[in-house]
Design a protein around this ligand. Sequence first.
Ligand SMILES: *Cc1c(COP(=O)(O)O)cnc(C)c1O
Length: 391
Amino acid sequence: MSYLAKNYNRKKLSFVKGKGSYLFTSNGSKYLDFVQGIAVNSLGHAHPKLIKTINKQSKKLWHVSNAFQIPEGELLAKKIAKKTFADYVMFQNSGAEATEAAIKTARRYFFSKGKPNKNRILCIKNSFHGRTIAAIYASGSKKMTEGFGPKVPGFDHIQFKDFEPRFPNLKNKITKNTAAIMVETIMGEGGIKPIPNQCLKYLRKICNQKKVLLILDEVQCGIGRTGDFFAFEESKVKPDIVPIAKGIGGGFPIGAVLMTKKVASGMTPGTHGSTFGGNPLAMKIGNTVMDIVSKKVFLNKIKKNSQYFHKKLNKLKDTYPKIIKEIRGRGFLIGLKLQKDQTKFIEKLMNNKLLTIRAAENVVRVLPPLNVKKSEIDQAVKIINKVCKEY
Ligand SMILES: *Cc1c(COP(=O)(O)O)cnc(C)c1O
């Protein structure tokens, strides 16, 4: 008998310990964890530097209200601003909280400019921005919104397929009331679908033309996941607002909204708050993750190792074209798009001690820790090969 609500479809598997890329069950079984809490444990399990940080800070100070100065948060915001497009950072606790705060920031900006009706957000149909009441309507997904009405107004949608180089339908969807376009740079839950660089560039251009803000949701694809600190960097596009979460806490719940100075002008004292957001313990941990992940050598290694992984996976795709249709994604945000439903494949990988997770469109999502070893990549490839062979 479980007293937990039944809102998850859980595997019959639990763990007592984690170390690096591995998880261990109570009977000592060892699993190669290429889920990592869905791109959350960016440095793997029980990273020694994170343990040290948490041990040290836990003896000093965990939580104080945002009514006071929090130097640990000041420092993390500074580090993020120095490394990215952002001028200001607003800390939260999760991805959904960050995407909603991003929407609030966009709306508030136009409100502060005397345009309160410029408040609509244009999103991609069946995207993913979290599970809170506004975020599900931002996604426009039937599966996520069904039974949770009334519909939250203020969101318009375009289809991903409209993200062809010239966006035939995009221009008509932008009205004088559109405040922002919000998209995931790489759609994660939606099946590991990157928005091509030339499309991102075009989005920026059209946002400038129509005086609309560009929100790039990097909750899953950001913080080094692609080998760049942000996935959008490759396109050279500069967004106005970027919600982040997942990877920045290395397993500790942290979210944040990054914004330019221009946009930040609307977020005056009292306009937004979060009780837990940005507390000293979270911020200390965020600092440690940031110090490691933002280093050029660390990012370059992600690029090198992930290219190696992609190459191996593409070889498997060529060997088993009847099973694997396509290798998607960038860096360590990888999708194996199968020809058919992926449920059984994921189960077989699990039986062979490799943990992966599903995404839409028959995709097996593969999310190793960013510091995964080459030998662990080899081990994963071997297991995927074995499962393909037996399939
Ligand atoms: C996971 C995710 C979210 C929501 O994050 P939570 O922490 O689960 O609220 C939002 N946007 C994207 C792109 C995500 O992948």
